[in-house]
Each structure stands twice: as C-alpha cells, then as structure tokens.
Design a protein around this ligand. Structure first.
Ligand code: AHR
Length: 335
C-alpha cells in the first residue's frame, strides 16, 4: 500500500471514529468533516487545491472552466488559486494548500523551474501533486505523481512541417514567443527549430516574447513591422491570442493577414477558427485545454492508491487545422 492509500485509510478510520463520537453525542457538526478527513466518511468531498497560471487568454479560460467542471462532476471540492502570471504567487498558493492539508494538488506551473522546495513540502505531508498543462523540471521526479498535458514540442514541429509544405521550404519568419521560461515556450521554440534545421530556406529574422497575450502580440508585431517591413513573409506565434494580436497589427499596417503575410499559430481556440474562416489566419495546431476530465480521473486513482501503471507523462493528442478544415469543423468546436 502506498503512502497516499495509507493516508486515505487513516482518514477513513479517523472519520469512522469521528462519526461514532458524533452519534454517541447525538450532535451534528456543520459539515461532518474535520480537517484531514476529507472524503473519508462519504459525506464530505475530497479537497483538491488547483493552482492556475493566471488568465492570459482564451485558452486559459477554457482550461480553468474544464478543471472546475470536471471537479464538480467527479465529486471533489475545488479550491482555486489564480497565480496572476507570477510564480511567487503560485508558490505561496501551493504552500497554503499544503498548510490546509488538502487531499491533493493540481499545479499548472507558469514556468518550468523553481518548484523543488515547495513540492518537497507537499511530499513531506504526503499530499500528491499532479502537474497539469505545463511541465516542471525538478531534481527528483518523485516530487509529483504524473504530468497531464499536450506534447508542446511536437506542436512546434507540426507548425514547422505545415509551413514547409505551404511555402516549399522558403520563407522569412518572425516568431512571437510565449512566456519566457514556460515549458510550451521552450518546447515550441525547439520543436520548430529542429524541423527547419534541415531547410535552410526558412529563416527566422526576428523572435521575441509576446507573453501569450493578445495585446503583447500586437505590440511586438507592430515593432517587427516597423523594423522588417516587407521582408516579413510569415508569423509563427506560440499561441492563437498572440496571432490574433498580430493580425490586428498587420491590418493596421495596411496589409492582408493570411495573404500578404502567412500566419501559423498554436491552440485552436474559437477566435482562431473564426480568423481562419475569414481567411486571416492560415493554420493552427491544436493544443486541447479541456484537460479537467483526465486530471480528475487520474486524481481519483491517485487518492485510491491505484497508481501502479500510471505513466509519468500523459500526453494529449493534437491535430493541425488550416483554412479548409476550419470551415468543416468550426461548428463542432467546444472552446
Ligand atoms: O500552456 C499552454 C499555453 O498557455 C497555451 O498555448 C496558451 O494559450 C496559454 O497561455
């Protein structure tokens, strides 16, 4: 029996004892739950602390919603902490969830590194941590149980492969990177470059962070247009929100996005499908934010101690959409 299962059993015993005392005293508490008996007595729900990165765009909204809905569906109580795009806020929230003695923690880490100490605290208290959406780089990978999210390195590769096919392997590209230090930024940067390495005709002439935000994407694209003007043939944006910001900048500069400048991005949010149908965005590589159900299926198993065959990485499969396929599927999109 692993430590999480032991914790669960201890809780059940404690809860039974608490119940006997309650019956014996013929009195009721507010919610029947004492700290530490979350979910053990069949009346209170297991408590999960969810530490989100922030609310930088449409993808993130869909992600938060998916986690909230899945928690409710699975019968968990969700305590939500918004990191507001600061790692220090996320670390504080994690420490606070540990101090509260929640049953489990789901962390969507803003950046990849700097988590060892706080994850140590959770481990010491036997609180399992599931890493969602973005990855962490830690010295000891027993500090978390599993990672669930997209293969963001492959997304970068898929974007590059689509571009090579579209341009015949010849284009001048500007790149809008995501948040510095975030795993999708690192992976989408590397995946793209690893593919174009064999195609010397694809040249990245400028690359800068737009922080995964629409407004920042627009701002950086305006600067790119000022500096590189007509040289720019392609925008590779690490997410759709920045691509949509770039579309606005291109239009403001009197050019036709999708025709004068090709745009390829990542995520597959509704606004990107609309832009593709309008002809302003050429391609998006899907990164599915509806990760809540997978996270709570895994969390149920973790709390039951059933993690024997649970993989360390559980990757969600992504698809590539272009202007033609967008028209066919736009009505069935869920986010
Ligand atoms: O971590 C996933 C990325 O974060 C999404 O591509 C992006 O839109 C979000 O900000």
């Amino acid at each position: 029996m692993n430590s999480y299962a032991r914790k669960s059993l201890r809780r059940t015993l404690l809860a039974s004892l608490a119940l006997m005392i309650l019956i014996g005293c013929s009195s009721k508490s507010d919610n029947g739950a004492m700290k530490g008996d979350n979910g053990g007595d069949g009346t209170s729900k297991p408590i999960i602390g969810f530490v989100q990165t922030g609310s930088e765009g449409d993808w993130r909204k869909a992600h938060t919603e998916s986690v909230r809905e899945a928690a409710e569906e699975a019968g968990f109580e969700l305590r939500f902490a918004d990191g507001q795009a600061k790692q220090e806020n996320q670390i504080k929230a994690l420490s606070s969830f540990v101090a509260q003695g929640v049953d489990g923690i789901i962390l969507a880490p803003l950046v990849e590194t700097g988590w060892d100490n706080v994850l140590e605290k959770a481990k010491k208290r036997n609180i399992p941590v599931l890493i969602l959406d973005r990855q962490v780089e830690v010295k000891d990978d027993s500090l978390y149980v599993t990672y669930i999210g997209a293969d963001t390195y492959n997304e970068g590769r898929l974007a590059a492969e689509w571009l090579i096919e579209k341009t015949g392997g010849k284009a001048k590209v500007v790149e809008l990177q995501g948040t510095p230090g975030a795993s999708p930024t690192i992976n989408r940067y590397n995946g793209f470059r690893d593919v174009i390495a064999d195609h010397s005709g694809i040249e990245i002439i400028a690359s800068q962070s737009g922080d995964f935000r629409r407004s920042k994407g627009k701002e950086v694209m305006e600067a790119f247009l000022k500096k590189h003007g007509d040289d720019i043939e392609v925008v590779y944006a690490h997410n759709d929100d920045m691509a949509i910001g770039a579309i606005q900048a291109i239009e403001d500069a009197g050019k036709k996005p999708g025709d004068d400048i090709i745009l390829v991005s990542i995520d597959g949010v509704r606004a990107a499908f609309e832009a593709m149908v309008e002809g302003k965005l050429n391609c998006t590589v899907e990164c599915n934010p509806l990760q809540g159900p997978m996270a709570f299926d895994a969390m149920k198993k973790i709390l039951a101690g059933d993690i024997g065959d649970m993989p360390k990485k559980q990757m969600i499969k992504d698809r590539v959409y272009d202007r033609d396929s967008a028209k066919e599927v736009i009505d069935s999109r869920k986010y």
